[in-house]
Design a protein around this ligand. Structure first.
Ligand SMILES: [Zn+2]
Length: 264
């Protein structure tokens, strides 16, 4: 298998029937102002451990992704500054989840909070992601005091579809603190070539964006909004981040415009 050329879809598990349900909610509410993203590198029983070299290739993609999002905002006259940090720091490169992280046995979704809590306990001493949220950010140099929003991305060394868990009304309060999982082997040879685009796609999910592809978009999204292969929420992401666009529905869902373009 030539995984260097493989780009994976995200499996559609973030799909919702109502594209409004998660708009501007949770810790990753509107993608404006001062935002903080913490990238947590996780080892597990099913993967080779992260190394500094491999982690640095992923950080390059994170940088490109965040700078692209800031540039897209600036082009629209929107102030956006995204600070990010990598965790864990110090001597450790990855934090072990204490288990095998599995996307195959229907354990996607809130079930992931178990190993995520383990990781947070090992890094901060707090018992849950929700309890240790601020400590995770501040202990890695990101103060949340002046931030308008925050999100956590867990990076796991495996090539399966990545997934985002945007908060929506009616969910347990724990998930107001929004997180996603980026699966990637890392490295120049083994990682996904367009990881920068995938990271932007999953982050935009956390800020309210929905998949824009015929048959995958939530009900109520007009089909003509799903036809642009270069819209970053059309997936799978197939090329480098600089070739992508953000359309008016994504703008609306992430808080960059007030009027819903679907409802005229
Ligand atoms: Zn998606």
């Amino acid at each position: 298998m030539n995984i260097h050329q493989q780009t994976l879809p995200d499996g559609g598990r973030a799909k919702t029937k109502d594209y409004e349900k998660r708009r501007n909610l949770g810790s990753a509410g509107k993608l404006i102002g001062e935002q903080r993203i913490l990238c947590v590198f996780v080892d597990d029983d099913g993967s080779s451990p992260w190394t500094l070299d491999i982690r640095s290739t992923v950080q390059d993609h994170v940088q490109r992704s965040l700078r692209w999002l800031e540039g897209q905002a600036a082009n629209r006259g929107i102030e956006l500054r995204i600070q990010h940090a990598l965790a864990p720091n110090g001597m450790s490169v990855g934090c072990h989840a204490g288990c095998h992280i599995n996307e195959i046995d229907e354990c996607a979704g809130p079930h992931h909070s178990g190993w995520q809590n383990t990781v947070v306990v090992r890094i901060t001493g707090y018992g849950k992601v929700s309890e240790g949220w601020a400590a995770m950010f501040t202990s890695h140099g990101l103060s949340l005091d002046a931030s308008d929003g925050s999100a956590m991305l867990f990076f796991v060394r495996r090539l399966v579809p990545s997934i985002a868990f945007p908060y929506k009304a009616g969910e347990h309060d724990e998930f107001e603190l929004e997180r996603g999982i980026i699966y990637d082997l890392g490295g120049v040879i083994d990682g996904q070539r367009h990881l920068d685009s995938l990271i932007a796609h999953e982050l935009l999910h956390l800020y309210g964006a929905v998949d824009l592809k015929p048959g995958k978009a939530p009900s109520g999204v007009s089909p003509e909004l799903c036809l642009d292969p270069d819209e970053v929420m059309n997936f799978p992401t197939q090329h480098e981040i600089t070739g992508y666009r953000i359309n008016e529905l994504t703008e609306y869902l992430i808080g960059w415009r007030d009027a819903d373009p679907v409802v005229k």
